[in-house]
Write a protein that binds this ligand. Structure first.
Ligand SMILES: [Ca+2]
Ligand SMILES: [Ca+2]
Ligand SMILES: [Ca+2]
Ligand SMILES: [Ca+2]
Length: 243
């Protein structure tokens, strides 16, 4: 691990000159998320040589905050890139979560194939899912999540001792911004989830796969377009009574 950290700090400068990788962050196609709402962000990449390791930082900026609650790159849980496992120095994979991206600072993710066979690695391709992370927004106001300082490696070692190449982020897709509003389930925006909110919820309840009208978007708590019993269970779990 110490060697790995040292390698990580000493940025490679074109050790693999022909290697080109571009990273981006992708989130739900919404402008507004509710405080307490959980959503998924994907780190994706285009690259032209087999990828065996990468690292990047996730940061949160703005008035509202975000807590990272789950990673997909659990060594025990294949994320679609089954030979990729995750090591995170700060925090460790096992005990680091939840990680408050606003209060605790950037989270560095390091994903790698621990023992790649010769020629192993994720095959070169466009728009590859590197990792999906689940985030819960909190507070009120603007929230921007930034993908920062991505690095990647085509091998776990090179003759000159360098490991990672600096890669680029897609400038148009290196960050994602939301407005964080209210509390999930607080349909009248008065700071609680009580029977008055339930009355509004009930008025919007139409069942599965019935498209919710504009005024009922805030009752679609799982954001699948309808207001059904799945939304009700989320509402019930958030029920606080009047404040
Ligand atoms: Ca309320
Ligand atoms: Ca539904
Ligand atoms: Ca729904
Ligand atoms: Ca109330």
């Amino acid at each position: 691990m110490a060697i790995f950290l040292a390698s990580c700090a000493a940025l490679a400068s074109g050790a693999f000159g022909e290697f080109v990788a571009t990273f981006s962050i992708v989130g739900p196609d919404v402008e507004v998320v509710r405080s307490g709402e959980r959503f998924v962000l994907e780190v994706r990449a285009d690259f032209n040589a087999p990828l065996v390791a990468c690292s990047f930082n996730l940061c949160a900026m703005g008035e509202a905050g975000a807590v990272l609650v789950r990673r997909s790159a659990d060594p025990q849980e294949p994320n679609g890139l089954t030979y990729i496992s995750c090591i995170s120095q700060e925090p460790t994979f096992e005990d680091g979560l939840p990680w408050d991206l606003a209060a605790q600072g950037p989270l560095q993710e390091v994903l790698m194939d621990m023992e790649p066979a010769d020629g192993d690695g994720i095959s070169p391709a466009d728009d590859v899912l590197i990792e999906a992370v689940e985030v819960v927004a909190y507070g009120q106001g603007g929230l921007t999540i930034v993908l920062d300082e991505p690095q990647a490696a085509t091998t776990l070692g090179a003759p000159d001792g360098t490991m990672f190449d600096v890669v680029t982020v897609d400038p148009a897709a290196s960050s994602i911004t939301f407005q964080v509003r209210g509390i999930l389930g607080d349909l009248d925006d008065d700071g609680d989830v009580d029977l008055l909110d339930f009355a509004l919820f009930q008025a919007c309840f139409t069942g599965p796969q019935v498209s919710a009208p504009e005024q009922c978007q805030s009752a679609d708590l799982d954001r699948d377009g309808d207001v059904d019993v799945m939304d009700f269970w989320i509402f019930a779990a958030r029920f606080t009574g009047p404040s």
